[in-house]
Design a protein around this ligand. Sequence first.
Ligand SMILES: Cc1ncc(COP(=O)(O)O)c(C=O)c1O
Length: 394
Amino acid sequence: MTRIAERLANYKLHYFARIGARISAMQADGQDIIRLDEGAPDLPPPDFVIDRLTSAARRPSTHSYQPHRGTSGLRAAWAVMYERSYQVKLNPETDVLPLMGSKEGIFHLPFAFVNPGDIVLIPDPGYITYTRGTLLAQGVPYYIPLEQKNQFLPDFSRIPEAILREAKILWLNYPNNPTAAMAPLSFFEEVVSLAHKYGWLVCHDAAYTQVTFNEVHAPSIHQVPGAKDVALEFNTLSKSHNMAGWRVAAVIGRSEFIQPFYTLKTNVDSGHFLPVLEAAETAMTGDQSWIRARNQIYRERRDIFIQRLHEIGLHAETPDASLYIWCPILPGWTSEIFCTALLEEAQVSLTPGTVFGNFGEGYIRISLTASNDRIQEAADRIARVVPVLRERAV
Ligand SMILES: Cc1ncc(COP(=O)(O)O)c(C=O)c1O
């Protein structure tokens, strides 16, 4: 029997793969499960984007391999989006490397920049791919707690000076998954100045910058003067343009950082499907007014859920951005057991905070990725079950 490689031996199946199998079994058993666990947008992109995809797919010349840097039109579209959304000017030929989804790039980044034993600063709770890529590249994660008392921003003064000096990479993500917290531009200014001092490469994951409510603006790290000397930013159309399955993203930064990544990618994949690239270009350069209307839909869902949570004594903060509510659980429970109870007794699937790290204990993440009716139904089911669970603290 061939034994699997040691590097995979302690590697777990991703949480959503595990829970997906459990839910399929429950559904096969006839149960109506409401899934608000994964951050998978349920709404489609606009028709004009889909029309561009289908018309491009009918052109016989669009079916071959594409360059690893995508098309010049696509790179230019990323530059248009950065100028429009963040007032950041990019050189599309040097500052943009298209990715097959930002998860791909986030996972691969350590293979271009991390040597075995290098320290990587990772927020806890945080998107788990920062850890998974680091570990496979034999880097050493150093977790930075994100706590409510600090508005879920890292407190760099609590990290030992030796770690700050040794660390090679800092991962950040605002608006944040899973806490839904936002970071002001002044926070990124502080980070850029620390990165200059300590020589870090800051990797900012900007996946949710365009899912905002109440007219708030979520900045790009590249808005900070000098950021390009120390930072890369990952951006994606998955959440901004409802295109999660399309796998269209990019890493944005100066060519010295992009080039090693490009070298790696030329050895990993063979480019994307041209009709997808063309439609992505249209998504970024065409009418954007629908995004505001889409954000209003998420906002309504948020309000329905938050109101019900508050009625039953679960005091989640009302988020200004992202697809998520980060909700404190009942005292006396662990996140995982609480989620299992809600799945089994309310048939609502949420994500335990501990999936995102130890500092996620005491929280659940609720994804606002279902219609108002289903959101209302899920909140009502939870409201029926929570009083029972309150009596049964574990
Ligand atoms: C914080 C964060 N970064 C990156 C991603 C990955 O997005 P993509 O679909 O571009 O791979 C997600 C997806 O949920 C996310 O929550």
